[in-house]
Design a protein around this ligand. Sequence first.
Ligand code: NAD
Length: 487
Amino acid sequence: MAINWTDAQIEQVVSAVIKNLGVGGSTVANANGWDSTQYNGRALIGVYADMNDAIDAATAGYKAVRAMTLEEREKIITEIRRLCREEAPIMAKLGVAETKMGRVDHKTAKHVLVADKTPGTSDVVSSVKTGDYGLTLTEMAPFGVVGSITPSTNPSETVICNSIGMIAAGNGVVFNPHPNAIATSNYAVDLVNRACYNVGGPKVLVASVVKPTLDTAQIMYKHPAIRLLVCTGGPGVVRAVLSSGKKAIGAGAGNPPVIVDDTADIRKAGKDIIDGCTFDNNLPCIAEKEVFAFANIADELIDAMIANGAYKINSQQAEALAKVVLTEVKNPKTGITKKTISRDCVGRDAKVLLAKIGINVGDEVRCIICETDFEHEFVQEELMMPILPIVRVNNIDQAIDLAVKAEHGNRHTAHMHSKNIDHLTRFARAVETTIFVKNAPSYAGIGFGGEGHATFTIAGPTGEGLTSARSFTRYRRCVMSDNFRII
Ligand code: NAD
């Protein structure tokens, strides 16, 4: 039965889950039914104190999935989609309350996107080759138990998106969620397990831990039952997973540049860029992070951005803001001081960031824009805040050269607004990103207002691209010599 959540019910669930889990405490293991309004006094399903127990549970989940027909697997996925749509407002509110990042309305939309556009079992397809020597069948088989590291920026979205794809492929999953998003991520683990049980599956299909840490991640890396590691996060954790010695899929950092040339529809480009850049306050790794605008259209572009909720600051104000959003941090091991983005500023509303430098504006301001040079930290750092630097360029050669450098070789995502197909093709070829969006907001690249499936795990470094069920499979071949060919 569908539930239409009232604001009061959402509040009640959010505060109960945060109270019980957000501080790392465990709840009473009293699974009194599956009513998702009853969080007080009930442990989230599939969440364990010990990573080894979580891995054992995920192994049992894998065995259960293996015994299921594809139709049964798809039934579970359909139910995950239903609960994800229904409880999107709860997870959105929980995510913002716990991480202090992002926007409830956009996080709700992200969950609906995951529910609607993450591929299920239809993504897992077999192929056949026949010829003089008979028939060879290739099937996409599960790895077994997948260990998944998930970020704080799209916590429950990534857990549910990964679960749909990994279960569709026939795997069990154990998560080591981001320590700053435990309650939200584990709520999603609980949701997947509830969905499974609702349609006659086992009680625990995916698992997680009450208090994920780098140590619990290490247990996951080393555990013999884990056959595939999937990591969605920044450069540090992707490096760690790729050095684990196990098969790993790495979905790492980006710093997506946008080029706007003088053939673009400038009004539309201004709106699209602000819409994409401010989606969930710039948390998505695909979101526009810096703009390279032809000098002859830059003023018009800036006007279009201002007409769509941008607030332009001058260079002194940009320097003041840089001091707030980037702080000096000393590495205790090396003693070297490095500028690092302030976690207190990531994913915050534009008005909150402006208030930190004494500028008070209302909710109508959703993005801060400023003109900078190429070397500016706002261009070079992946801020994940609604702050957008604009660099004027003289021609397409300079635009491509600087945009490719700003992307830092992540080969993640880039955007361009242009009607010149030579310019579009040249930039796409030069930047070599996994996602390249033309004449649309960045989120069109993950299926939101664009064609194609959705994912929150975009694996540039290891080459799977926009992951889906088939990314979590291993190819197996079966050969029948001389027979089974019917012609
Ligand atoms: P993060 O890098 O801070 O953390 C990700 C996870 O890794 C967390 O669980 C964290 O505790 C853990 N972790 C960090 N270092 C580790 C290590 N050495 N060993 C084991 N675990 C470790 O990520 P975040 O701040 O939540 O997310 C932001 C980053 O992730 C950005 O760089 C963003 O671009 C990237 N991201 C990429 C994608 C993608 O699909 N490519 C999606 C979302 C986020």
